[in-house]
Write a protein that binds this ligand. Structure first.
Ligand code: HEM
Length: 233
């Protein structure tokens, strides 16, 4: 049933189309995490509620934030309905931020050598790799706050067009920091594909690609714009 039939405002965030987006993206991330770590790997099922759910949540966060910058540019599914397209862009950005926040809280709950021995030294403190990864993660989460807060309806008017756009673009900076977060956490594992359960790549590597796509698309668009400007001069 769609929102017109239910007589609900067309710009509400939680509506059949966005529910489908959430189900597909989060469902796919959770499915992949369960297959890779429980079925193909040797992680015990008792770690599903936090350790594995955290992996699915973090990957879904990156995918949603990435999609919020790709809809209308690379993903053209909602081009025929401008209002719906804006709703889906806003939904992806906000749910990405929300899931990133949940991922941070989940991570704080299990941030211990027993779960992540490689990020700790022998004395039980974070090693340099762990400290750098956490530092960049915290700043990335902070950067995501800016585009999330400025989606509030009064914000475009309050900030003015240019400053509002600049705050929305902070998401790109967040994605760059997420790339750095992932490199610190996952690089070693990416270079040893023989150790991947059933040959399935780590979630950190898939998330890296998901973060890189919008960044590459954005750089291509900036490059093309500059070329056009040069030709006009
Ligand atoms: C307070 C901020 C953050 C903290 C404390 C944090 C902590 C962590 C930790 C401990 C891991 C390792 C998890 C594992 O291997 O199971 C991790 C991985 C990851 N983080 Fe973060 N993070 C933060 C922010 C972010 C943000 C903002 C994003 C993206 C929007 C993000 C995306 C990821 C992804 C995709 C992984 C890879 C998960 C995996 O390999 O299984 N993190 N983070």
């Amino acid at each position: 049933m769609n929102d017109e039939k239910l007589d609900l405002p067309p710009d509400r965030l939680w509506q059949p189309t966005t529910v489908k987006w959430f189900t597909v993206v989060f469902g796919a991330c959770l499915f992949y995490a369960v297959v890779r770590y429980h079925l193909a790997g040797d992680v015990a099922w008792r770690h599903l509620p936090l350790f594995i759910l955290n992996k699915a949540t973090s990957m879904a966060a990156v995918v949603f934030v990435g999609c919020s910058y790709l809809i209308g540019k690379v993903i053209h599914w909602h081009d025929d309905n401008k209002i719906l397209r804006l709703v889906v862009i806003k939904f992806c950005g906000l749910i990405g931020f929300f899931l990133a926040g949940i991922h941070a809280l989940f991570s704080f709950c299990i941030l211990a050598p027993a779960y992540f021995a490689k990020y700790f030294d022998a004395g039980g403190r974070l090693n340099l790799q762990g400290e750098l990864a956490m530092c960049v993660g915290v700043v990335a989460l902070f950067c995501l706050m800016s585009p999330a807060i400025t989606t509030l309806p009064m914000m475009p008017k309050a900030l003015g067009g240019w400053r509002w756009k600049r705050s929305q673009r902070m998401g790109y900076l967040a994605l760059i920091l997420v790339v750095v977060h992932l490199v610190f956490l996952g690089l070693k594992g990416w270079l040893t594909p023989k150790g991947w359960p059933a040959g399935l790549p780590p979630i950190s590597l898939i998330s890296l690609l998901a973060a890189l796509v919008p960044l590459v698309v954005k750089s291509n668009r900036i490059y093309a714009k500059r070329q056009r400007k040069k030709q006009l001069q």
